[in-house]
Design a protein around this ligand. Structure first.
Ligand SMILES: C[S@@+](CC[C@H](N)C(=O)[O-])C[C@H]1O[C@@H](n2cnc3c(N)ncnc32)[C@H](O)[C@@H]1O
Length: 246
């Protein structure tokens, strides 16, 4: 019986895997991805699971990418530097990173940057965005999440980043920058601003590398894949992780 079920599941997976997902950007190919791996370390991390459950309604990001952020905060915890997220929405991923930083006793400040009035700088390279999406949030919503978790390491940068809100952190250095802004030009401007401020060993994580709707960010990461002094890793959960090696 068990064998029958396994072979049934395996033929379903074979059928689904590779089905093409249509994109407006003809040169970027998308398909349903079903990796053969099963190891699921988030299932044995009870603190992560409880934290994710507490923040689930505040995030658009799935458990796989949330767990990678959680682990990267720990991995980079011995580096000097603060943590920056550009693209906060209701604060899910930002508060999750802040919580992990606090748990490991990191002195890092966690800066959460958002217009709090939706996506900006959408253009021709962005198949799924016109501008103004994700405006259904506010500083108060994120503040509430931050306070419910007792986070004292979170600081807000309100406005378009970097041009309107980066001034208070212009001299900071960062161990992690999570870029979750959905569109090409915003992601490009954030990367140009933050890369010289990332400490060696630190990482820039692009949330939007893998999705059809955010093809502009896929295009940007592909253009910068071989950044001097950087190593870019494509994770099948949809992240691209750019580690600063020098
Ligand atoms: C997909 S949402 C972020 C999701 C969030 N990380 C989560 O946990 O669900 C994208 C956000 O990026 C913000 N955004 C886009 N471009 C921006 C920019 N240049 N400066 C500040 N915020 C920006 C939008 O306002 C929006 O809230």
């Amino acid at each position: 019986m068990q064998k029958d079920i396994s072979s049934f599941v395996s033929s379903c997976v074979d059928f689904i895997r590779g089905i093409e997902v249509k994109s407006k950007a003809e040169d970027l190919k998308y398909s349903i991805i079903v990796p053969p791996a099963n190891y699921s370390p988030w299932l044995s991390d009870e603190i992560f699971l409880a934290s994710y459950a507490a923040l689930k309604n505040n995030t658009l990001v799935d458990i796989y990418r949330c767990f990678e952020l959680w682990r990267l905060v720990e991995q980079c915890g011995n580096l000097d530097g603060d943590i920056l997220e550009v693209g906060v929405w209701k604060g899910g991923t930002g508060c999750l990173m802040a919580l992990k930083a606090k748990m490991i006793g990191s002195p890092a400040r966690v800066y959460l940057a958002d217009t709090f009035s939706g996506v900006v700088k959408a253009g021709e390279k962005d198949p799924g965005y016109r501008g103004g999406e994700h405006a259904d949030t506010s500083v108060e919503i994120v503040m509430k999440a931050k306070e419910s978790l007792g986070l004292d390491n979170v600081h807000f940068l309100v406005g378009m980043f970097p041009e309107d809100s980066a001034e208070p952190v212009k001299d900071a250095r960062f161990s992690i920058c999570h870029i979750d802004v959905d569109v090409y030009e915003s992601a490009s401007d954030v990367l140009d601003w933050v890369w010289p401020r990332i400490v060696p060993g630190g990482a820039v994580i692009f949330d939007d590398y893998g999705c059809v709707a955010t093809g502009g960010v896929t295009r940007l990461v592909n253009e910068r894949y071989s950044m001097p002094g950087g190593l870019t890793i494509h994770n099948l959960n949809g992240h691209a992780v750019m580690v600063k090696t020098a």
